[in-house]
Design a protein around this ligand. Structure first.
Ligand SMILES: N[C@@H](CCC(=O)N[C@@H](CS)C(=O)NCC(=O)O)C(=O)O
Length: 246
């Protein structure tokens, strides 16, 4: 079986797909794309532009939830329990509601420093690719803002509300067993931890942002660390996400 993941290195939805591939130890290739220039290639392969896209023997599967379901089918162990309604409901809450809202504030802060934005999103590219990306960013940033719904101050502030809602949700749901649904890791934990990792920034992980970091970003990350929900994200990463390759 030939498996390729078309991905952004720094993205919670791509992190979900990588996490599942790593847990299931499925041999595969990863192709790093940069937000913006990725569009033509991803559209050609999958008919839409969002990453991650998993290509299995030439068949493209788009969307992290669909990818996790497919990986559970292809390699059932360890199970992610994607078919359980409660797992799917928590995954959907993070994927479709909290994730896009939190991401608006994450991207708005990253766009305050174009050099840093490029470090985060163009890592792993050739020197030429990185330079070209840095040069096009002043023009491309409008597209990033529009594409992600960053319409102004209210949209950015709403990202903070969504973050607090997500942290409270995982702190509450994980109290009994350490996991969000039942007593084992499921797609619900992977979705929630990947999305909250954008701000919790678990140390030495595939979602740790490069240092040094612009002050605004560093202050935001520092402000959440004492929350029990952030402690849960760090614990899930330490226990279940040992991969070092983004
Ligand atoms: N619901 C989708 C969301 C995927 C998504 O928003 N991907 C972003 C990166 S975080 C992307 O590729 N955006 C660029 C685009 O849509 O063209 C999923 O779960 O995979």
């Amino acid at each position: 079986m030939d498996i390729e993941l078309l991905q952004f290195r720094y993205s919670p939805y791509n992190e979900k797909a990588r996490w599942a591939l790593d847990l299931k130890q499925l041999p595969h290739r990863r192709t790093d794309l940069m937000p913006g220039p990725h569009m033509a290639k991803v559209r050609k392969i999958s008919g839409q532009t969002a990453t991650p896209v998993l290509v299995v023997d030439g068949r493209a599967i788009a969307g992290s939830a669909a990818i996790l379901r497919e990986l559970d089918r292809l390699r059932p162990e360890p199970p992610l329990h994607c078919g359980r309604p409660e797992v799917a409901a928590v995954e959907r809450k993070f994927d479709d509601d909290l994730g896009p809202r939190i991401r608006r504030k994450v991207l708005a802060l990253l766009l305050e420093d174009h050099g840093y934005f490029c470090r985060v999103f163009a890592e792993g590219q050739s020197a030429l690719g990185r330079t070209a990306y840095r040069m096009m960013l002043p023009l491309a940033q409008g597209m990033v803002r529009r594409g992600n719904g960053i319409t102004g101050r209210a949209a950015i502030d709403d990202g903070e509300s969504a973050l607090q809602e997500g942290l409270a949700l995982v702190a509450e749901r994980s109290r009994a067993t350490g996991y969000l649904v039942g007593a084992d890791l499921t797609a619900a934990d992977i979705a929630a931890a990947s999305i909250l990792a954008m701000v919790v920034d678990p140390p030495d992980s595939t979602m740790t942002k490069p240092r040094p970091m612009p002050a605004g970003n560093a202050a935001w990350i520092a402000s959440v660390q004492a929350h029990p929900g952030a402690a849960w994200v760090r614990a899930i990463y330490a226990r279940h996400r040992r991969a070092s390759r983004p």
